[in-house]
Design a binder for this molecule. Sequence first.
Ligand code: NI
Length: 142
Amino acid sequence: MVGSKIIFKNTNLCYIFNEKHMLQKVINFKDKLAKFSEHWSPRVIAEMNDYQFKLAKFKDKFVWHDHQDTDEVFLVLKGSMSIELSDHTVKLNEGEMFVVPKGTKHRPYAKEECHVLLVEPRGVVNTGDSGGELTAQNDVWV
Ligand code: NI
C-alpha cells in the first residue's frame, strides 16, 4: 500500500493506517465546511473501503444527470434542498437523507445555501455523463 506504514504490530494484530487518516482521526463537519466556499464542488473528507464521504455546498440549480454505475446518498447537514427526479421532487431538510438510485436522472437544487454530505464510490463525477461547466475536479480532499 503506497503512502502507508505500519505503526503498531503485535502477535495477533497489525494495524495499517494511511498517513492522512493518522492526521485526522476525528472529522468535524463544521471545521471542514469552513475550509471552502465554492458551490457544487464536493470535497472528500474520508474513505471507507472504496466509498468516499464528501462535503458539498449547494446553491441554485445543478444540471440534470445520472450515475449509471452507482446509487448516490445526499444527507443534509444544514439548510434544505430539493432533488428533482423525472416524475417528482424530493424535499430534504436538515437531518434528512435520500438515496438516488443508480441510473436515475436527478437535479439537485437549493434556494439558499445548503450543506450536504455525499456518500458514493471513489471516482464518481458530480455531473455523471452530462459534463458542462459545473463538473468538479474529482478526489479533492479538504
Ligand atoms: Ni448525482
